[in-house]
Design a protein around this ligand. Structure first.
Ligand SMILES: [Zn+2]
Length: 81
């Protein structure tokens, strides 16, 4: 809850790789901290697959690994109910 959440339009733009690199980096960091936004994205069925594409071209390895791990976790949790 440290930073303000991006709106859903921006999250969608992130997934479509339409954000400027700097903003995408900020958003990726936000996603590692914010479960609310991860949950929103995890409602997309192909979310993880698309995220891999987005991340491979845009983010430093360490941030990418951390974010993917968090996202897998969130998706797993929202399915195991
Ligand atoms: Zn958020």
């Amino acid at each position: 809850m440290s930073t303000r959440c991006p709106d859903h339009t921006e999250l969608d733009a992130f997934m479509d790789q339409e954000l400027p690199a700097a903003r995408a980096g900020w958003l990726a960091k936000h996603l590692t901290d914010c479960e609310t936004c991860r949950r929103y994205l995890s409602e997309h069925a192909d979310f993880i697959e698309r995220l891999r594409d987005v991340l491979s071209s845009r983010l430093p390895d360490d941030l990418r690994a951390r974010l993917l791990e968090k996202c897998e976790q969130t998706r797993h949790e929202s399915r195991s109910r």
